[in-house]
Design a protein around this ligand. Sequence first.
Ligand code: FDA
Length: 294
Amino acid sequence: MHFTKRFIAEAVAAAVGFLVRLASRWVAGVEMEDALTRAEQINGKSIGAVLNVLGEHHEERDSVETTVTEYLQLLDRIEERRLDACISIKLSQCGIAIDQGYCSDNVKRILAKVKSLGGFLWIDMESSKYTDATIQIYEQCLKEHPLVGLAVQSNLKRTEEDVRRLLKQGGRVRLCKGAYREDPSIGYPKRADATRNYSRILKVLYEEGDNFAVATHDNSMIEEALELSKKHQKTFEFQFLQGVRESTAIELAAKGYRVLEYVPYGPRWLAYFMRRLRERPFNVITMFRSLVSG
Ligand code: FDA
């Protein structure tokens, strides 16, 4: 079979266009403006936004600098437009793979800006390779500004202990199940085990913590959180990823719960998109159907 260069170029362009349309469910867009527009839209539904610049594992200082600058500008735009929005950063965007001290300095640059604007900074948790370093940098940040939170993952065996220690320091955590495959010696590869641990840590948060985020789309965990909140008067919020269980997010917000949506954006959307697809391969079929049926 013989394909012309033009045919191949058109086929590749069509495939990329198709992927972009699929990804647009989970990603606000390529430009900062896309994320700000999404934040404005969900603010209109009483949902706050947690904005994240896509792209991770920077091993060059140039890419780190570009991302840090993007976050600093993003904070200015959030302030100018008076959005109900904050940012969530990844330490691998700030240079953790290059040097921990360098990374910590970059995080502190972002934190200083957040602090000057009286805002909130979330730090995502990545693979277990960086758990210790991430917690150490988080603890340093917490000493400088109380309004900084850290994502913790119930698919890691260490997390309950980490959470108890962080709570004693006034730490604020976002409890999620974990998006990275971990070795059974340190993690719970089966979702059911990660969910059981989620439930255990949720109890710790309501009994011993305050000001935390319940980040899950799992109805049974959302129900447990709602039950626990009846017994324990704590300040907490629900967090969802853009494009997942939106109707539940809207319902909870309408009932008066604080709800935030994690809104990722940027040209480097492919890795994030693949992570979301891996979590639920069935999405490919449902999204394909929605595209075909218009
Ligand atoms: P689970 O995966 O068990 O899914 C429960 C149900 O939710 C599914 O049965 C399905 O109905 C629905 N669902 C889940 N994922 C879906 C999808 N992609 N599309 C459609 N439906 C879906 N992880 C991490 O390692 N570090 C971090 O910093 C963060 N940060 C973060 C912030 C926020 C706001 C959220 C909501 C999640 C994260 N995560 C994360 C991701 C998290 O660890 C986890 O991978 C996903 O949230 C999926 O886990 P669930 O708790 O939703 O449960």
